[in-house]
Design a protein around this ligand. Structure first.
Ligand code: SF4
Ligand code: SF4
Length: 296
């Protein structure tokens, strides 16, 4: 049965994508998903070759049909989001329209169209390490949770067709709606964070969220050797919160070189980061097997 692993960090820049890219090279028969649809960057490491590209219609938008408008101005007053500028006819801003439909409902002249609008694009691609599903939300567009659910669903279809052993998801940052969308049905969450006060804060917030969903989780401290005391304290806090320490990654500038060269750190097998991530993956696989035997 396919195991779904989601990699989260609480905030951007903690090393989540470095780890996701590296694990993509280690997980056998995996489907890869970049669920950070607001600011995707896994493609920069995995160099996907796009096979299929689809438009994402994430919300409805209002548009005035100038020929039918009687210039009554009711829509301007009705819009709570100040998306309609008065005029003859008034003008609706695509970016500010939140798709609530109020203007469409109240227009006495039926001069407002309310239709699904493009808010992004999603892709199915090939990589050297397996199929990848990824997406990009258009600038200033919302509803990224819906797009996250969509790419995960597509990833599952491919995994079922390929009898994939793993689905590896590079999750979105934060703890909001896109993160929640990246958690449904996940078997295991790998939390990647750094030994800093901000990292500790993120760890606690994520542990609280994962506790609500009762999802098994493991902790990986990136650059742990920059502050070993803090790292030990965070591992202890993680254990208390039900999160087993599954690995640590030493500070290693190879991760930066890999990013600049558009490769994963596993392309530098002698590097400390590659060694540490190799060990991390072994521990994750062991923990998944242990959870399986315990029926979790
Ligand atoms: S409510 Fe309808 S008719 Fe009135 S200004 Fe707006 S679009 Fe025009
Ligand atoms: S759909 Fe809602 S948010 Fe968009 S313009 Fe109409 S009233 Fe404003």
């Amino acid at each position: 049965m396919t195991k779904e692993i989601t990699i989260l960090s609480g905030k951007g820049g903690a090393g989540k994508t470095t780890v996701a890219g590296a694990l993509a090279t280690l997980a056998r028969n995996a489907v890869l998903i970049d669920a950070d649809v607001d600011a995707p960057d896994l493609h920069l490491l995995l160099q996907p070759r796009i096979r299929r590209s689809e438009t994402f219609y994430g919300s409805k938008k209002a548009r005035i049909i100038a020929a039918d408008c009687t210039h009554c101005g009711l829509c301007v007053d009705a819009c709570r989001f100040d998306a309609i500028t008065p005029g003859e006819p008034p003008e609706i801003s695509f970016f500010f329209c939140e798709g609530c439909g109020m203007c469409y409902r109240i227009c006495p002249a039926e001069a407002i169209e309310f239709a699904e609008a493009r808010t992004g694009e999603w892709y199915v691609s090939d990589t050297d390490y397996g199929p990848m599903v990824h997406a990009r939300l258009d600038p200033a567009q919302g509803n990224s949770g819906k797009l996250v659910s969509l790419v995960r669903e597509e990833g599952r279809k491919i995994a079922a067709a390929n009898q994939a052993e793993y689905i590896l998801t590079d999750g979105p940052p934060g703890i909001g709606c896109p993160v929640i969308a990246s958690l449904a049905g996940t078997d295991f969450v790998l939390v990647v964070t750094e030994p800093t006060p901000a990292g500790e804060h993120d760890l606690r917030r994520l542990a609280e969220l994962l506790g609500l969903f009762k999802i098994p989780a493991g902790l990986c401290l990136n650059k742990w050797d920059l502050n070993p005391e803090m790292a030990a304290r965070m591992e202890a806090a993680g254990r208390e919160l039900g999160m087993e320490a599954v690995g640590g990654i030493r500070f290693d500038l190879t991760t930066v070189t890999a990013q600049l060269e558009g490769r994963t750190v596993m392309d530098y097998p002698a590097s400390p980061a590659a060694t540490d991530i190799g060990d991390l993956w072994k521990n994750v696989e062991k923990l998944l097997k242990k959870n399986d035997s315990a029926g979790r």
